[in-house]
Design a binder for this molecule. Structure first.
Ligand code: AMP
Ligand code: FE
Ligand code: FE
Ligand code: ZN
Length: 279
């Protein structure tokens, strides 16, 4: 009855299509997965449909990329109302902002003499939410970098010459946005940010949980965030952050197996939220 609550597909920067992700999860015997693409829910519907056919529970989710000071903070949202038109508008705006940012980064790269084209990056992204991972791929193809971290470190990472900041969405905005559409906001992999000081404010806004189980968290970090969650009556989630085969980020599907109990807690949080909003 193992589950995985953090997965990326071709709807953002993963390599499995949503359907392939579900089929793979079924094949290795998972009982439930959540699709959590960056800033988009395009992958959810096809995954849910395939999940229904195969008897695999698919949780609708999203991972919002936000910025806090000079750091990137990710906020997961589970069970947001995909049909809310304002939410769809906001997601559309985020996608447009992503495309414009990629254009700017490519322009900067070209000015610096690294000739990759926006068209090629668009091809690599396909229908997915366009982002720096797709630029990194184009840089690899063109021979400007030999791996992903080199592409980020040398060209498009935070302190690198072709970096362009994104339009500001703060972690707090993201928590609020997810709550507004009936979703459960969870702080993603906080061990990667070392920004514990923002947690109290996020809780005050309505953060409901912390992603404690993540492949990049050490045992100490897991213990540390488990404690913070307990002290603040937050739920605990986790997942592989799998981006599919051939991707640097995340581990392979099935490498992190978590108990179904985590999903029960998540569903209870969703039920509690619904009770509040009906008052
Ligand atoms: P974007 O949302 O376009 O700013 O791209 C951010 C995404 O790039 C993150 O969610 C990661 O998936 C990926 N990423 C960021 N830094 C690195 C890195 N150093 N190596 C590989 N992937 C990275
Ligand atoms: Fe990613
Ligand atoms: Fe993330
Ligand atoms: Zn992720």
């Amino acid at each position: 009855m193992a589950i995985d609550l953090h997965l990326h597909t071709t709807a953002s920067d993963g390599t499995y299509t949503p359907i392939q992700m579900v089929e793979e999860a079924k094949r290795i015997g998972l009982s439930a997965i959540a699709i959590t693409d960056h800033d988009t829910m395009e992958g959810v519907e096809p995954a849910v449909k395939r999940g229904d056919e195969l008897g695999l529970e698919v949780v609708p989710g999203i991972e919002l990329n936000t910025d806090y000071k000079d750091r990137e903070v990710h906020v997961l949202g589970y069970y947001p109302d995909v049909n809310c038109s304002e939410f769809q508008e906001t997601l559309k705006e985020l996608q447009i902002a992503r495309v414009n940012r990629v254009k700017k980064i490519v322009e900067k790269l070209n000015e610096l003499g690294y000739t990759i084209s926006f068209e090629r990056v668009g091809k690599i992204a396909g229908k997915g939410a366009m982002g720096r991972p797709h630029i990194a791929q184009a840089l690899l193809e063109a021979g400007y970098a030999s791996d992903w971290s080199e592409a980020f470190d040398k060209y498009i990472g935070k302190d690198s010459p072709a970096y362009v900041p994104r339009t500001k969405l703060t972690p707090n905005d993201a928590v609020q946005l997810i709550l507004e559409v009936g979703g459960i906001p969870i702080l993603a992999h906080p061990g990667l940010n070392n920004l514990d000081e923002i947690i109290p404010e996020l809780i005050a806004t309505g953060l409901r949980g912390i992603e404690v189980y993540h492949f990049e968290h050490t045992e100490e970090e897991k213990e540390h965030y488990r404690k913070i969650a307990e002290e603040n009556h937050l739920i605990i989630t986790g997942g592989s952050d799998c981006h599919g085969p051939g991707k640097k980020s995340g581990v392979r599907l099935g490498e992190i197996k978590l108990p179904y109990k985590l999903l029960e807690d998540l569903k209870n949080a969703k039920a509690a939220l619904e009770k509040i909003s009906w008052k």
